[in-house]
Structure formats: C-alpha cells, structure tokens
Design a protein around this ligand. Structure first.
Ligand code: FAD
Length: 467
C-alpha cells in the first residue's frame, strides 16, 4: 500500500472529487510467465495481508481472474469508474497488455494513468550511444548512482471510502495454495508475507546485520543478509523505500556505511537483471551469448533428479537444494555453487535448473532468476567465464568452515568432523562409522568426481570456443 504511486494518485484524486477508489488485483496467467508453485503460495498470503490492510482503511480488495486488459475494462464499465490508475511493468508482455488496456479504456471513455513501477530507474533512462541497454554491471551501476537518489517513497493512503459493490472472486477459488499433499509447511514456518513483515525485516537488517554485511553476506552459516528478496518480488516493499531507509540509517550511523553501499549495489543487480529482461524478453529461454547455442549439454534425468532432491553426494550442494525445498529460498553463495555444479559438473542445460528454481523459489523473479543462471553458466551478460568451475569442496570449506550450514540441512552428516564434512568420502571407515554415516546408504557417494567433471566441462566448452 505504501509507495504505490498509482494507489496514492487514485486516493488523492478521490479525496478531491469524493469518488471511491476500487482496489483491484487481476490474476492473469497469460501475462508473461505464470508464477511457479512456491511463488503462488506467497501470492496468496500477500493478497490476504493486502486485503486486510485495505479493509482497515475502509476499502476492500476486489479479485478477478483473466486477461488483464479485458478484466480491468469490464470492472471499469461495471462500476462506472472514470479513471484507471496502475503502476507500469517494464517487461514486454506487460507493456503489450498496457497498450491493450489503454485502448479498451479509451473505447468506453475511461481515462488511463500509468505510474512508475518497482524499479529505481526505468530502462529507457539507462542506454548506451546506440540506444541499447548496458550489458556490464559496473558502468550500469555507476550510471544509476550518478542520477542521485530515486524519488522519495509515497505514504499509504489513510482512508479508502467503501467502493460500490463490485463482484470479487475469493482467494480460495484461485487454488494458489497446495491441497494434498501440503508441501508448504516449511514456507509457513520460515516466512510471514506482507508489507508489515517486509518493513520489520528491513528495519531489523539495518539495525543488526548491515554493519557486518560486507564480510558476512557470503556466509550461509550466518545471518548475514536481509532476506528481503520475496518481499521485493511481490511489491511489499519498493526498492525506493529500501534505498531511502538504508541511506537514512547510514547517515545516522556511519559505521554501517560500507555495508549499506554494498547492500544497495546488490539491489543494483536486481535492477540490472530487470533492465536485461526489458531488452531481452526471452531471457529464460535464449542464451544471451549466441555461441552457447551449440553447447553440447548432456540431458540426464537421473542426475537432474538427484540434484533437485539434494542427493548429489556433495554436502554444500545438497544442503542448498534442501534449504530451497524447505524454505523457498537459498543463500546467494550456495545458489551460485549449485548452479555451477549443474551446468558444469553435470553438463545439464542451465534452463533445467532455472525452471526448477522458478517453481520452488518464493522470490522467483522473471529477471533475476534467468539472468543469474545465465551469469553462472557463462552465457549471460557480464557473465562469470565458463572455464571458472567452482570446486564444491573448497567453496564449502571457505564459506561454511565449521559445516554448520551443512549440518542444518543435511542432518545425516551432523556428526562428521568439520575437516571432513565437505568431503565425507575422504573419511576413514572408522571415522564414518563413528559419525553414523554409511556412504551409498545413509548419504550418497559423489555423483561425479570433481576433477573428472571439471575436465569434461572444459572439453565441452572447447567445442563451442572453436565454433
Ligand atoms: P541480500 O544480500 O540482502 O540483497 C538485497 C537484495 O538485492 C535482494 O533481496 C535482491 O533483491 C537483490 N539481489 C542480491 N543479489 C542479487 C543478484 N545476484 N541478482 C539480482 N538481485 C540480487 N534473486 C531473486 O530475487 N530472485 C531470483 O529468482 C533469483 N534467482 C537466482 C538464481 C541464481 C542461480 C543465483 C546465483 C542468484 C539468484 N538470485 C535471485 C539472486 C540472489 O541469490 C538473491 O536475490 C538473494 O539470495 C536474496 O537474499 P537476500 O534478500 O537476503 O539478499
């Protein structure tokens, strides 16, 4: 409700004219990529929280399903609305819908007003000399910073007068949440979707975590990051709110300044990914670097299933994928490790991993998810070079040195000593027995040998380098 430019403008206009505001949410699965299962769960909770918040201000949230342009025009006609206000979405399918909406509204004599969406800077503002978006992050972020602070966030409207009776679907009929089996227990245990919880997390991060962010953000065994990604994804918090709150907190407490700068540059990656999506609507299906079109991927359903279930035999990889299944998120460092493992050690096409993340992440984002997968796979913008193959053992030892993260998510290894926890296959039979581990039974043998996997990946890469 807060920093929602369209709602703010509608409420302001209504206060002048005395007309009511109709708050409408349209579920349109034909607009771009339909959300995955975990994101649909989040959406249901988020709409419930939004509905409750609107009700405390005297209004009600109307829910409708179907092609957005048609549905919105229908509601405008049914209710006799004079103007429709919305926040723009800088993605190709949504822009088409917005044009359709404008023309549908014009036909029935209703005004259209479009406001800035959930970006710090619209893609049109950051272009190179040829008019294209930037493909390298550092100059992109420099340009964003040079523009100065984004607009100040807007307050939520205080009262919304009850709207005329407009028919609404019920959330339950949309079936966004799982029935049986109910796999969402871990999500409920981990998250409280909604604006109030998003604001509390941001406050908590700035108070307790920002100071150590530079050193801790890569440590999955620590509480080192903000956990704001699903709140940002669902518009419960805008990047403008995050920016201004962080800058204000750093002005009050200069000790958190370096942490805040780094944190805002991560928010910059979100922005960069969204700008890439604006310029490359097929980001989730097409390699940004066309030479990867001939990459000799090796489809392997068994290996993909072992990866998805966290049964690869590499503890840091398995911990990440189990964390994802339980909580709907995975630590950023571990996302990079598991993604690299899939595309390099297993030679499985990045699109298979991307679509698993799309279905299981509560923060699954149409820009950030494919852009980061392409980045790890080496075929993206400003990508990590393909030949840089993460060693999952060294990554584990560096970023989870005592193995606390692995112990939490792979409990069958909890009694393995720290020096062996990232490579239990190096333990002696006595060490394994005293930790209660039987390799191949209680925990898998490594699905692929690291050195051989690396070699195979480099050979595959050499094929596309030669063309
Ligand atoms: P913090 O470290 O607190 O960062 C603050 C905010 O900055 C995040 O909430 C997020 O909005 C943004 N951010 C941070 N890192 C990145 C990044 N690399 N790319 C884009 N934005 C970033 N993030 C998503 O929000 N949705 C996705 O679908 C997604 N898929 C990913 C897939 C892969 C393979 C990888 C390697 C990364 C992916 N990320 C994605 C980025 C990143 O892992 C998450 O944003 C981060 O882990 C969220 O945790 P946080 O909110 O505590 O992050």
């Amino acid at each position: 409700m807060s920093d929602h430019p369209a709602l703010h403008a509608a409420a302001k206009a209504a206060a002048k004219t005395g007309a009511p505001v109709i708050c409408l949410y349209v579920l349109d699965d034909s607009a771009g990529r339909a959300p995955g299962a975990a994101a649909r769960w989040w959406l249901a909770q988020s709409l419930r929280a939004l509905g409750a918040d609107i009700a405390t201000r005297g209004g009600s949230l109307i829910l409708r399903k179907g092609p957005a342009a048609r549905v919105i025009a229908e509601v405008a006609r049914e209710s006799g609305a004079r103007t429709v206000h919305w926040n723009g979405i800088a993605q190709a399918p949504h822009q088409v819908i917005e044009r359709q909406l404008e023309s549908a509204l014009a036909k029935i004599g209703v005004d259209s007003q479009c406001f800035p969406g959930d970006l710090l800077v619209p893609p049109a503002v950051i272009r190179n000399k040829e008019g294209r978006g930037l493909r390298v992050f550092t100059p992109f972020w420099r340009r964003v910073l040079a523009l100065g602070d984004p607009p100040k966030p807007l307050p939520a409207p205080k009262d919304l007068r009850p709207a005329p009776t407009v028919a609404s679907d019920t959330l339950e009929t949309w079936k966004l949440e799982p029935g049986k089996p109910d796999w969402a227990g871990g999500l409920r245990e981990t998250w409280t979707p909604g604006e109030a919880s998003a604001r509390a997390r941001l406050r908590d991060f700035l108070k307790h975590t920002a100071q150590g962010y530079v050193g801790d953000r890569d440590r999955p065994d620590r509480e080192g990051t903000s956990h704001l990604s699903p709140h940002l994804r669902f518009g419960e918090l805008s990047p403008r709110q995050v920016w201004h709150a962080a800058r204000f907190a750093a002005a009050e407490n200069p000790a958190i300044g370096p942490g805040v700068d780094k944190f805002l540059s991560e928010l910059g990656w979100r922005e960069f990914c969204r700008h890439l999506l604006h310029d490359h609507p097929n980001l989730a299906s097409e390699n940004l670097q066309a030479n990867f079109d001939g990459f000799p991927w090796k489809p392997d359903a068994k290996a993909l299933a072992a990866w998805q279930r966290g049964r690869t035999g590499y503890p840091i990889v398995d911990a990440g994928l189990r964390e994802l299944w339980h909580t709907g998120v995975m630590h950023n460092r571990v996302r990079m490790v598991v993604a690299s493992f899939l595309v390099k050690h297993l030679l499985i096409d990045w699109r298979a991993g991307e679509s698993w993340f799309w279905d299981t992440l509560v923060d699954a984002d149409a820009g950030s998810n494919p852009a980061n997968w392409q980045w790890v796979a080496g075929c993206g913008a400003d990508a990590a070079p393909y030949f840089r193959v993460f060693n999952p053992v060294l990554q584990g030892e560096k970023f989870d040195p005592d193995g606390a993260y692995v112990r939490r998510w792979v409990p069958e290894l909890k009694d393995v000593p720290p020096e062996l926890i990232h490579q239990p296959w190096q333990a002696t039979p006595i060490e394994l027995a005293s930790a209660g581990v039987t390799l191949g039974k209680s925990y898998p043998h490594p699905i692929v040998d690291h050195a051989k996997g690396r070699e195979r990946a480099l050979t595959a890469y050499a094929k596309i380098r030669k063309g």
